[in-house]
Design a binder for this molecule. Structure first.
Ligand SMILES: NC(=O)c1ccc[n+]([C@@H]2O[C@H](COP(=O)([O-])OP(=O)(O)OC[C@H]3O[C@@H](n4cnc5c(N)ncnc54)[C@H](O)[C@@H]3O)[C@@H](O)[C@H]2O)c1
Length: 329
């Protein structure tokens, strides 16, 4: 999909966040014009500030501070846009269990605002972030599209709601939507400090600072860990995928299957610190096993993840070390 002028203007909601900022960086490198809509609730200005060194970044990047819960803000951000990569949301299952209403308003109502504004502005395509959590209590070790279980958290319910609206907007209004079900994304810029931090930043920051990593439950629960650059690639493929790919959601994982204890062992090796974990009670809403069957995304979108866990974690650990000023071994 190309704009009338050859270059495209792409709106990245949540562009100051972990995944969003990697998308922005890659789009700027590809000489696209990028507009970010973010309320900086969990995203950081410095993630975008760092991109200032990219050639043409200041000319091609526009940042709007605003909230996707406010329809007029979203509508304004959609002016002159060719496609949307919608990442803005409140992540974290535990946060949604504590505060289902805010998660619902941001993730579900906010996404509906994005779909409506896209339709009203004649934007041809919206690629939006869904989540592996939509598989809920499905007992399958490998999750396949079409075999979802009952959702286990308000967060998962909002992502399921996004997918249903994505399909409806395609059917009712011809808005091209593609959902991407991310499986445990990790990489540079992921926040280790929030109380809702994901497992990899939590483990890395504990090991680097010499404190015991906390494992909720037995540590035998398994996950598919996806490096952020593969997620960026999936988004770019989805923007340009054929029309027939739209109205659906696709698994975006690595296709791996590691227990949290496996993950910890790899990180201990990379960091060179064998400090033992502390086990705490399992967290409500967490699923036991979550690994992606990526054959549909591979077949329809041409998605081929390139980063294995070891390689992705090495890049990630190096980044965290630089942040806290610890010299890489
Ligand atoms: N990181 C993962 O492992 C993972 C897994 C599955 C799905 N996802 C989804 O991917 C997307 C990006 O996640 P992330 O890990 O980069 O999280 P993040 O918290 O780093 O990024 C989310 C961004 O959205 C912004 N935002 C939040 N509420 C907003 C609002 N009301 N209005 C405008 N902006 C708002 C935040 O400030 C932040 O910049 C989210 O939709 C998330 O649900 C992430």
């Amino acid at each position: 999909m190309a704009s009338k002028h050859g270059r495209r203007t792409i709106l990245v909601t949540g562009g100051a966040g972990f995944i969003g900022s990697h998308l922005v960086e890659c789009l700027l490198e590809q000489d696209e014009i990028v507009r970010v809509l973010d309320n900086f609730s969990t995203g950081k200005r410095e993630h975008l500030g760092r991109l200032g060194n990219l050639q043409g970044a200041s000319r091609n990047l526009e940042v709007i501070e605003g909230d996707i819960r406010n329809y007029s803000v979203v509508a304004e951000a959609c002016e002159g846009v060719d496609a949307i990569l919608h990442q803005a949301a409140l992540g974290s299952v535990p946060r949604s269990v504590e505060d289902p209403m805010t998660t619902q308003q941001v993730n579900a109502d906010g996404t509906l605002n994005v779909f409506i504004a896209a339709k009203e502005h004649g934007i041809s395509r919206v690629v939006y972030a869904s989540s592996s959590s939509v598989y809920g209590d499905s007992a399958a070790q490998r999750k396949r599209e079409g075999e979802e279980g009952a959702v286990l958290s308000p967060y998962a319910l909002t992502k399921k709601n996004n997918e249903e609206y994505g399909r409806l907007f395609e059917d009712l209004y011809g808005l091209e939507t593609v959902g991407l079900r991310y499986f445990n994304v990790y990489g540079p810029r992921q926040d280790p400090n929030s109380q809702y931090a994901a497992v990899i930043p939590r483990f890395v920051s504990a090991l680097l600072s010499g404190s015991r990593p906390i494992v909720y439950g037995t540590g035998l629960q398994s996950r598919d860990f996806t490096f952020v650059r593969d997620v960026v690639e999936a988004n770019l493929l989805a923007v340009d995928a054929p029309r027939s790919a739209c109205g659906k959601a696709y698994n975006v994982g690595r296709g791996g299957n590691f227990s949290l204890l496996d993950l910890l062992a790899v990180l201990q090796e990379i960091i060179g610190n064998r400090i033992e974990p502390l086990f705490e009670a399992p967290r409500p809403g967490d699923v036991m096993h979550s690994s992606a069957d990526i054959s549909l995304a591979s077949e329809v979108l041409g998605y081929r993840p390139r980063y294995g866990l070891q390689e992705g974690l090495e890049v990630t650990v190096e980044w965290y070390r630089e942040q806290i000023g610890i010299t890489v071994r």
